[in-house]
Design a protein around this ligand. Structure first.
Ligand SMILES: Cc1cc2nc3c(=O)[nH]c(=O)nc-3n(C[C@H](O)[C@H](O)[C@H](O)COP(=O)(O)O)c2cc1C
Length: 298
């Protein structure tokens, strides 16, 4: 049975933060969702200390083999999350991982302390693709900032701390090494790649924010390359994601060194993608495709 830092999981497929609204899905699918939940753990949308409205529309733009989003982390803030969302997410039949982001170490600490103290929460994911208000630097782009953040957060909880890397730098493996040195328990990658599109109808940027983050199958080879580089650099368990749409894709990430995989953009196309990919992965890992290929040759 797969596990992450001691948390037992029914299969190796979880969701990517911000791409599956379990509370909305429960309203649509009712208790059927609880009986056949697509993922073996649920990662929340990233929460910030205060509520955020997110960016103005247009916030999503389809691209060949992917999409660019500039959603801008709309969320209810820490208090809203704890009071309104956490009780509902706690009803899910799988371990809960809460994703958090802040623009300073003390604010990050406030989030981690409050969230990790709740028994409903199994682990915390640190979304470090954000600027530090004091230095102006994106924490996850700087190994020293990442290590210092982990050194602040590590003493606050014994629950697993997962660092989600940004792919928008030359050496994400150096940030993974820093996260490991600071006391992280696991690393997840990749977040979205910086991207822009022009609306051909207007000649203006397609997204109101001017740019956003690319996800979906288009990013998969980049994710695999970064995963391989990080795998070579650290001992920590890795959660691999970026364009996974099938069990065969997931098998590639496991072969490249991931302990678990996460599915993001594919869930917008197929809300049951998590279960489908887990089933396809089981078949892929049992060697059935090879037998099927052999039958084709006869
Ligand atoms: C609409 C959308 C919202 C996202 N929101 C978050 C978020 O709140 N926090 C986060 O860490 N990553 C967020 N991501 C990034 C995904 O978790 C994931 O890292 C990325 O999309 C790559 O995986 P994929 O190609 O399977 O989608 C978001 C991605 C999309 C497409």
């Amino acid at each position: 049975m797969p596990e992450l830092c001691g948390i037992e999981l029914a299969h190796p497929v979880i969701n990517a933060s911000g791409t599956y609204d379990a509370i909305a899905a429960r309203k649509v699918f009712g208790d059927e969702l609880l009986e056949a939940f697509p993922f073996s753990a649920f990662v929340s949308k990233t929460i910030t200390p205060e509520p955020r409205a997110g960016n103005a529309p247009q916030r999503i733009w389809e691209t060949p083999a992917g999409m660019i989003n500039s959603i801008g982390l709309p969320n209810k803030g820490l208090e809203g999350f704890l009071v309104q969302d956490l009780p509902q997410l706690a009803e899910l039949p799988v371990p809960l991982i809460v994703s958090v982001m802040a623009t300073g170490r003390s604010e990050f600490a406030r989030l981690v302390e409050a969230v990790a103290a709740r028994e409903e929460v199994a682990a915390v994911e640190l979304n470090v693709s954000c600027p530090n208000v004091h230095s102006g630097l994106i924490v996850g782009e700087q190994p020293a900032e990442t290590e210092a953040l982990l050194e602040t957060l590590r003493p606050l909880t014994q629950k697993p701390l997962i660092v989600k890397l940004t792919p928008n730098i030359a050496s994400p493996d150096a940030v993974a090494v820093a996260a490991e040195a600071g006391g992280a328990d696991a690393v997840s990658l990749i977040n979205t790649l910086k991207a822009s599109a022009i609306d051909p109808a207007t000649g203006a940027p397609a997204l109101a924010a001017g740019h956003g983050g690319l996800s979906g199958p288009a990013v998969r080879p980049i994710a695999l390359q970064q995963l391989r580089a990080v795998r070579a650099a650290v001992e920590l368990p890795l959660i691999g994601m970026g364009g996974i749409s099938s069990g065969a894709d997931a098998a590639e990430f496991l072969a490249a060194g991931a302990a678990l995989v996460a599915v993001g953009t594919e869930s917008f196309r197929d809300p049951r993608a998590g279960s489908r990919i887990a089933k396809e992965l089981e078949t892929a890992m049992s060697g059935a495709p090879a037998r099927v290929r052999a039958l084709d040759l006869q």
